[in-house]
Design a protein around this ligand. Structure first.
Ligand code: GLN
Length: 559
């Protein structure tokens, strides 16, 4: 600590208000050795177990990068941008939190270094620290702690699970680690738990699992004053007694606190059950003195059973431009799998690179698919391939499901190939098109800033009586999450309607097209919103369920 920070206020100035009835518990999940270990799934899995023990849980993700939110990052850099009801553009781990638990998430559940620094600098300009030197400790760390306490209070949870993004040893993660170390002092160690997720690699040539990286990453944490009480070991092979013992001794945790989290065999939804078998939740409750019944995971087991041994199988093509990156369409892939669960059906997802279709005259890439889905996206690359995929689906009676950009693609295709407007396009891809069937929304025209400025979050969509959309939802109106700047151009509405396209969902004021469908096609349905963000394994989204149902019918019709 530097000289000038000695005049910092004593840690604890944000201490939570007294809650005599119960003391809130804080679990911090850190990651060691490498990224992409599935910390988010581990945190979400633990959340699911604690919820099923009757506890009120909230989950929070800290991202140490300087972007204010991931909304401005390419999916190639960061994977999918997950959108919440309140319109926050967040890290994809929040998707896992929502799919695994019932916790209600808002923009306060995801904090980036960018937001922290923005706030601290704003405070500084407003004179909040007058006379003081503004420093990482205490000003940045205080701001981080504040966000932990605020979320705890707002969500009124029994347990707050905070996941720290990145890997131990990253320079940018240090303020977060310092903040949680201090927080443990404030709230008492008996109310805090540090859980470290690490990697135990299998070295093929030696035929052995190696614990050294785990030892070193724990040592790195201890260096900054955090001694993890639970070590979750991600591994491809079982740990075995000897290795558990070794990790226990070298990392200074009891033997039972070395948790094996082996790669799951079938689905990530097995993770909570695996953690339960390892008695993670029991251990957590014991350490935090939480008295509950064991977690009732019957429902969850039932879902897993359906996922593991389905009767049927279909092949669905997802046509995109970030196809090589698994995380780029995370929620879409998950929602497709959920749609399979409600149909007792395994879905083989064929990841189709849109540009490949452009080159492929005979549409070989699409042949044999039982359904085609075009997800959201931005920018011109791959658009013609996606239009071709939509045309192929429409002309060959193959179920087509368009999400956001996928709806705009369906509209462009219809304009070009049914209405004969050969140069029809979206103004996003061709500003000089003579037929802008997709145009920029009015209130987007004035927008110049990029971050958080699209039409975002939950909006009402009114469904047309008698339409497929209304039938699938079983409702007159729904709320779905959005993230777009462009919309269907209403000047073309009459032409489209005359040629058979039905506008089955509209915004509440009737001005924005939210859903389109073709009634004489087995399933040709597209929406301007992102239903994938509201699907869960144990409550699949109705549009995805019906899409997979029709893919199955397509399969049986072709055999
Ligand atoms: N790029 C399109 C728009 O901004 C679609 C956005 C999306 O698919 N999320 O309207």
């Amino acid at each position: 600590m530097t000289e000038s920070s000695k005049d910092k206020s004593i840690p604890g100035k944000h201490s939570e208000p007294d809650t005599p009835a119960r003391k809130r518990k804080y679990i911090f999940v850190t990651g060691g050795v490498i990224s992409s270990l599935g910390k988010g799934i581990t945190a979400a899995g633990l959340g699911a177990l604690l919820e099923n023990r009757g506890l009120k849980v909230s989950l929070q993700k800290f991202d140490p990068y300087l972007n204010v939110d991931p909304g401005t990052m390419s999916p190639f850099q960061h994977g999918e941008v997950y959108v919440l009801d309140d319109g926050a553009e967040t890290d994809l781990d929040l998707g896992h939190y929502e799919r695994f638990t019932h916790t209600r998430l808002t923009r306060f559940n995801n904090l980036t270094s960018g937001q922290v620094y923005q706030k601290v600098l704003e405070n500084e300009r407003n004179g909040a620290y007058l006379g003081k030197t503004v420093q990482v400790i205490p000003h940045v760390t205080d701001e981080i702690q504040k966000r932990i306490y605020e979320l705890g209070n707002d969500s009124d949870c029994d347990v707050l699970i905070t996941e720290i993004g990145g890997t131990t040893g990253d320079i940018e993660g240090l303020p977060f680690l310092e903040a949680i170390r201090e927080l443990a002092l404030d709230v008492g160690w008996e109310n805090t738990l540090f859980l470290h997720v690490t990697y135990v690699p299998f070295i093929k040539a030696a035929g052995e699992l190696k614990t050294k990286p785990t030892q070193q990453s724990v040592a790195k944490l201890r260096e900054i004053g955090i001694a993890p009480q639970i070590i979750v070991c991600r591994c491809e092979q079982p740990l075995g007694k000897e290795l558990r013992k070794k990790i226990s001794v070298f990392c200074n945790v009891p033997y039972e606190a070395v948790i094996e989290e082996k790669d799951v065999e079938h689905t990530i939804y097995e993770v909570p059950l695996m953690l339960q078998r390892e008695r993670l939740d029991e251990l957590v409750c014991k350490s935090l003195d939480l008295k509950t019944e064991p977690a009732d995971m019957q429902d969850w087991q039932e879902t897993i059973r359906k996922l593991i041994a389905p009767q049927h199988r279909v092949r669905v093509g997802v046509v995109g431009k970030y196809i090589e990156l698994n995380d780029a369409y995370k929620s879409v892939y998950e929602a497709i799998i959920h749609g399979g669960v409600s149909n007792d059906c395994a879905v083989e997802i064929e990841k189709v690179e849109a540009e490949e279709i452009e080159k492929d005259e005979g549409e070989h890439t699409l042949r044999g698919l039982n359904g085609i889905l075009v997800p959201g996206g931005f920018g011109e690359r791959g658009i013609d391939g996606k239009v071709k995929a939509a045309q192929y689906a429409r002309e060959n009676n193959i179920p087509y499901f368009g999400l956001c950009l996928g709806m705009q693609i369906a509209v462009i295709e219809f304009a070009r190939n049914v209405l004969g407007l050969q140069k029809a396009n979206s103004l996003e891809f061709e500003p000089k098109t003579p037929d802008p069937v997709i145009a920029m929304m009015d209130d987007q025209r004035k927008v110049t800033k990029k971050g958080g400025t699209m039409r975002l979050g939950s909006q009402e969509c009114v469904l047309l009586k008698g339409s497929r959309a209304a039938e699938f939802y079983g409702a007159d109106s729904v709320r779905e999450r959005h993230r777009h700047r462009f919309e269907f151009n209403n000047e073309y509405k009459k032409n489209f309607e005359k040629a058979g396209m039905v506008f089955s969902g509209l915004s509440k004021d009737g001005k924005l097209v939210e859903m389109v469908e073709l009634p004489d096609h087995p399933f040709y349905l597209a929406c301007q919103f992102h239903p994938e963000f509201q699907s869960k394994p144990n409550s699949p989204h109705p549009l995805f369920s019906n899409f997979i149902r029709m893919c199955l019918e397509n399969k049986s019709a072709n055999h």
